[in-house]
Design a protein. Structure first.
Ligand code: AP5
Ligand code: ZN
Length: 215
C-alpha cells in the first residue's frame, strides 16, 4: 500500500503514520524527520535545511526530491510506504509521480486531514516527543501514561522541536496554504484524494483512515 498523508502542520500526520506502521507493517517516510536527522548529523543537506526549517519555510524541491528518491530505493519500501509531509509542492508531486512511474508503482490513497488553524497552533505549541522512539505527546491532552516515561519504549528522555512556536508556526501555515494546499486539487483531479475530519479524536481519525484503506 502506497499512501500520502496530506495536511497542515499539526494536522496529525505523524501521529496517524505511527499507528499505520504498526497495523500495516510499512515504513513512515517523513521528510521532516529525514531533514531533522540531516541537521543533527551536520551533513551538507542539513546545513542547507537548518535555517530554512527554523524560519518555517520550505526546503528547496531538488533537495527534498533527492532524499525521497534515495529512501524509496531501500528494501523496506518495496511493499509500500506512508509519505508524511511529502510532497509539499506541485513540483514535488510531479517528481514523485515520475519516480513511481520508473518503478512501475502508483499511489493507492492520498488522505487529506482537515483541521482549523487555531487548533493547529494549540497542538503544535504543546507537542513533545520521545527522544528515543519518536512517539508523539502533548502537554494538555496526550501525556505519557506513567509520568516522565515513554509509553512505547520506556525512555525518560523527551524533546521539543525548535520550529514549534507561535511565530514559526505562522510561517509554516503560510507555506502550507501557498505551496501545499494546491495539492488537494491536484490529487482530486487524479481521483486518489479522500478528505477526513482531522479534528476528531485520534482513535476516530485512525478508524476513518482504516475505513478508507479497506475501500
Ligand atoms: P514536518 O516535520 O513535515 O512538519 P509539519 O508538516 O509542519 O507537520 P508536523 O510534524 O508539525 O505535524 P503532524 O501533522 O505530523 O502532527 P502530529 O501528528 O505531530 O516539516 C518540518 C519542516 O521541514 C517544514 O517546515 C519544512 O521546513 C521542512 N520540510 C519537511 N518536508 C518538506 C518538503 N517535502 N519540502 C520542503 N520542506 C520540507 O500532531 C501534532 C500534535 O497534535 C501532537 O502533540 C499530537 O499528539 C496532537 N494530535 C494529533 N492528532 C490529534 C487529534 N486527532 N486530536 C488531538 N490532538 C492530536
Ligand atoms: Zn519512546
Amino acid at each position: 500500500m502506497k499512501l500520502i498523508l496530506l495536511g497542515p502542520p499539526g494536522a496529525g500526520k505523524g501521529t496517524q503514520a505511527q499507528r499505520l506502521i504498526n497495523r500495516h507493517d510499512i515504513p513512515q517516510l517523513s521528510t521532516g524527520d529525514m531533514l531533522r536527522a540531516a541537521v543533527a548529523a551536520g551533513t551538507e543537506v542539513g546545513k542547507t535545511a537548518k535555517a530554512i526549517m527554523d524560519a518555517g519555510d520550505l526546503v528547496p524541491d531538488d533537495v527534498v526530491n533527492a532524499i525521497v528518491a534515495d529512501r524509496l530505493d531501500e528494501a523496506d519500501c518495496a511493499n509500500g510506504f506512508i509519505l508524511d509531509g511529502y510532497p509539499r509542492t506541485l513540483k514535488q508531486a510531479d517528481a514523485l509521480e515520475s519516480l513511481l512511474k520508473t518503478r512501475g508503482q502508483h499511489l493507492d490513497h492520498v488522505i487529506e486531514m482537515r483541521v482549523e488553524d487555531d487548533v493547529l497552533v494549540k497542538r503544535v505549541s504543546g507537542r513533545f516527543s520521545c527522544a528515543k522512539c519518536g512517539t508523539v505527546y502533548h502537554d494538555e491532552d496526550r501525556l505519557p501514561k506513567a509520568e516522565g516515561v515513554c509509553d512505547t519504549c520506556g525512555s525518560a528522555e523527551f524533546k521539543r522541536r525548535p520550529d514549534d512556536n507561535a511565530e514559526t508556526m505562522r510561517s509554516r501555515l503560510r507555506a502550507y496554504y501557498k505551496e501545499t494546499s494546491p495539492l488537494v486539487g491536484y490529487y482530486h483531479c487524479k481521483g486518489t484524494l479522500r478528505s477526513i475530519d482531522g479534528m476528531a479524536p485520534i482513535n476516530e481519525v485512525s478508524e476513518h483512515i482504516e475505513a478508507i484503506l479497506k475501500g
